[in-house]
Design a protein around this ligand. Structure first.
Ligand code: SF4
Ligand code: SF4
Length: 581
């Protein structure tokens, strides 16, 4: 590494730190460019500024590359003029570099996927941002948001009391809407199957998305919670290039889920939140994360497929299109699940072109929405997005990213497209069919038994493990039910026909007759039309033996091992579900 006494303190620091950041991936991208220009038209900034070469990805990359060549690559030390090596000396030059790496690139990675040499410009652009941030050279918005996330734990500086007040408010609204005092938003519950994390934008500008997610969890009978602290799944470190901030924010989230002993962290719809929490966070935080992490898109899709929630797609009949978030589609490969979900909850989905990993950025990525000084350039670069949106003929654009919601809203307003922007959670909640509780009068059980939650119910337990049969039967009997017992599929079928129980908790891995076949026979028997079935299994891979059949799906589903409380609550919920007319 060369030194120069005329260089400013900050410029010298940037050069020193560049050496510490070089790894195989970044060095590969810094040396591999052959300046073929194939990436040029990938960039929405280029398309909006024809004839201006300074927007080309390779031109922008060369502003960073020249430093590497000059200080860390032998070719630049021997033939600097030949490989266009160059250094940086003044704070003014750092400011110019700032305007390129923050103001002329959203780190969308469209050029990266179109480079035949595998150059990932966005990755080393993020590195360059981090170098500048480390010496305090950054747009003011980046400094403010980073400070908020360091100090308050969330990037919008939402105070704990405001966050909790908002959750309470949304829980009240939900209870009123459903007329159900059991609906709500649990806080800091331990041992839940789902810990739900959100984007602070939801608290500040869009709290309905929290209530709608709560409505979906409630309808699915999910055992879920939100955390009072460590709830922000966004991470400004992804945008600013500050790996220390990235590690600190991720760690705060992971530690809270671990403290609550949550089994799965569900990340609300956000491309950058998903990428930073699920993909990059464990590396920044240097942690092995002991629980599963998934986007809420997967959660909602699973609930529908497992029959845990019912939806009526005719409630969403306005023409919609889908915008792929760069972080979801290009960086994480999530392209099909949102479309599968859309097809289940909307009647008129129109594809946008190009799409999936080839989609154009919403123009709000890479923290662009926080950098007011570059707004005119950002909106100008949105022309290609506006043309894409307009060509679909849709009235609503759906996106699974809060960042994209803001970016698209700005583009739609600027180009006067008159479209609405929404998210999948809004559509799923709108399509949700909440079954009314049965109002049929039932014979009053004796006063003492009436207090028990399963009093007066008849259940048939079918499981091949005698211990499991006894466990289930004892739990149900302790809660007031009359329980019949079957050790295999044939017995379950015969007893269901002769005894007509109300509900069958069904194990999927029993010996004898194929369980899928038993399930289909039960469903097709007109005398058993009222029978409700709740699958209880420790082998989720077997679900397909029943879910792939064309008969009605089960009314409930529970994963083993299952606690006594979960069991009783789950079975009660299934008993309360009315059959579809
Ligand atoms: S980054 Fe890749 S596509 Fe772009 S000019 Fe360099 S080699 Fe060509
Ligand atoms: S990452 Fe996106 S915005 Fe940045 S240069 Fe490449 S295509 Fe353009």
């Amino acid at each position: 590494m060369s030194n120069n006494n005329d260089r400013s303190y900050k410029a010298q620091k940037v050069i020193d730190r560049l050496g510490q950041k070089l790894n195989r991936q970044i060095t590969g991208s810094l040396v591999a460019c052959v300046h073929c220009g194939m990436c040029t038209d990938s960039c929405h900034y280029v398309l909006a500024n024809p004839g201006d070469p300074t927007y080309a990805p390779s031109y922008k990359a060369d502003r960073i590359r020249k430093l590497f060549k000059r200080h860390y690559d032998w070719t630049g030390r021997v033939f600097p003029w030949w490989v266009k090596a160059g250094s940086i000396h003044t704070d003014e030059e750092l400011e110019e570099l700032k305007d390129i790496v923050f103001g002329k690139c959203t780190n969308c990675r469209r050029c990266s996927v179109n480079c035949p040499m595998g150059v990932d410009f966005a990755t080393f652009n993020r590195m360059a941002r981090g170098l500048l941030v480390s010496v305090g050279v950054m747009p003011e918005g980046v400094a403010v948001v980073s400070k908020d996330q360091w100090e308050t734990g969330n990037q919008m500086g939402v105070l704990k009391e405001d966050y909790l007040d908002t959750l309470e408010w949304m829980a009240d609204e939900l209870q009123d809407e459903l007329d159900d005092p059991e609906a709500g938003i649990p806080i800091d519950q331990t041992d839940c199957d789902v810990v739900y994390s959100i984007n602070p934008r939801e608290v500040k500008y869009d709290p309905r998305t929290i209530a709608e997610a709560a409505k979906i969890f409630h309808a699915a009978g999910e055992k879920w919670t939100m955390a009072s602290e460590g709830w922000d799944m966004t991470n400004f470190g992804l945008f600013s290039g500050d790996d220390e901030l990235g590690g600190s924010v991720s760690k705060r989230l992971y530690e809270k889920v671990s403290e609550l002993r949550g089994k799965r962290l569900v990340i609300s719809e956000c491309g950058h939140g998903f990428r930073s929490t699920r993909c990059e966070g464990p590396n920044w935080a240097k942690l092995d994360v002991p629980f599963e992490m998934e986007s809420s898109i997967f959660t909602m899709l699973r609930y529908i497929k497992e029959g845990r929630i019912k939806v009526d797609k005719t409630r969403n009949s306005t023409p919609v299109t889908y915008h792929d978030s760069c972080n979801f589609a290009r960086s994480c490969g999530l392209t099909e699940e949102p479309r599968e979900l859309l097809q289940l909850v909307c009647t008129d989905f129109r594809e946008m072109y190009p799409n999936r990993a080839d989609n154009y950025c919403c123009t709000g990525g890479g923290g662009a929405m926080s950098m007011a000084e570059y707004t005119p350039e950002r909106l100008k670069s949105g022309k290609v997005k506006a043309d894409q949106l307009k060509a679909t003929g849709a009235e609503v654009v759906v996106t699974s990213c809060h960042n994209c919601v803001d970016g698209l809203t700005d583009v739609i307003r600027h180009y006067e497209l008159g479209m609405e922007v929404t998210q999948l959670v809004n559509l799923v909640a709108n399509a949700l069919v909440i079954e009314e509780k049965p109002t049929v009068a039932v014979e009053e059980p004796p006063a003492e038994a009436a207090a028990l939650p399963l009093a007066g119910r008849t259940l048939l337990v079918a499981d091949d493990e005698p211990d499991q049969v006894e466990f289930l039967a004892t739990v149900f009997e302790d809660h007031g039910a009359t329980v019949l017992r079957a050790a295999n599929g044939d017995e379950a079928l015969a007893m269901a026909r002769s005894e007509k129980p109300e509900l069958l908790p069904l194990d999927l891995a029993m010996p004898g007759r194929d369980v899928g076949e038993v399930y289909e026979l039960l469903r097709k028997d007109p005398d058993l039309a009222e029978l409700k079935i709740c699958v209880i299994t420790g082998r989720p891979e077997l679900r397909k033996v029943i879910y792939e059949r064309t008969v009605r799906p089960p009314e409930g589903y529970l994963d083993k091992p299952v606690t006594e409380d979960d069991l009783v609550r789950g079975v009660r919920k299934v008993l309360e579900v009315a059959h579809e007319a």
